[in-house]
Design a protein around this ligand. Structure first.
Ligand SMILES: C[S@@+](CC[C@H](N)C(=O)[O-])C[C@H]1O[C@@H](n2cnc3c(N)ncnc32)[C@H](O)[C@@H]1O
Length: 217
């Protein structure tokens, strides 16, 4: 499928489920201590590299953006789905959320101190990950931390309904942490830590910390 095809299907799917998705995940971090610890470590890494704006890409209804803001991070959210952004603004008035796609990232070069993509790369096909990571690298300050959350596995599945039984049409791509790390390395990131876990968020989830390598002269 071409880029416009999967983006349109993903946008329509998340527009359809935005309200029920927001209801389902609103308090999920309360049940996921390892995920909270990863976000806390990420907030520390942002702070120790000088602080600054942090982009939560594929933010959905904004729970991760809000959690990071609660830790003192200057986070803002971006999502493909306008209905998700509406839900995020409704749930977290006062925080910044914008519609946008990580496939055509509208952020200036080296403009963010950190990047998070929390269970949002799961919809990006393998052959577009390199281009998405190139956008991440361009937008991130040298030395800036990147945090990824994703489903671990080898298969891709077409999800036709979800979050209260609403119709959806999205591919969910599971990946091995080693594959993600190799793609990151190729894109100019140094992978610093990986963990796999089982939680209310994912039966087998992967969390990966990386850092933008300085430009090679
Ligand atoms: C499973 S949800 C995760 C939402 C949020 N990160 C969370 O953990 O609650 C996946 C999100 O990724 C967004 N998404 C998918 N492809 C995207 C893209 N190319 N650019 C930006 N957001 C995207 C979807 O609209 C959806 O809100």
């Amino acid at each position: 499928m071409d880029t416009e095809g999967w983006l349109a299907d993903t946008r329509t799917s998340y527009d359809t489920v935005a309200t029920s998705y927001a209801d389902e995940v609103r308090d999920l971090l309360d049940q996921t201590p390892c995920e909270r610890a990863a976000l806390t470590l990420f907030a520390d890494l942002v702070r120790t590299t000088g602080g600054g704006p942090v982009a939560d890409l594929g933010c959905g209804p904004g729970r991760i953006t809000a959690y990071l803001c609660g830790l003192g991070v200057d986070a803002f959210g971006m999502d493909l789905s306008p209905a998700m952004i509406e839900a995020a603004r409704r749930d977290h008035p006062g925080l910044r959320f914008e519609v946008g796609s990580m496939t055509d990232l509208d952020l200036a070069d080296a403009s963010v101190a950190g990047l998070v993509a929390w269970y949002s790369l799961i919809h990006v096909p393998d052959d577009e990950i390199g281009s998405v990571f190139a956008h991440f690298r361009r937008a991130l300050r040298p030395g800036g931390p990147l945090l990824l959350g994703f489903h671990v596995g080898d298969e891709s599945r077409l999800k036709m309904q979800g979050y209260g039984g609403h119709p959806m049409k999205v591919y969910v791509h599971r990946r091995q942490p080693g594959q993600m790390a190799a793609w990151l390395n190729d894109a100019g990131f140094t992978v610093e830590a990986q963990m796999t876990l089982s939680s209310a968020e994912s039966t087998l989830g992967g969390i990966l910390f990386a850092r933008r390598r300085p430009a090679v002269r």
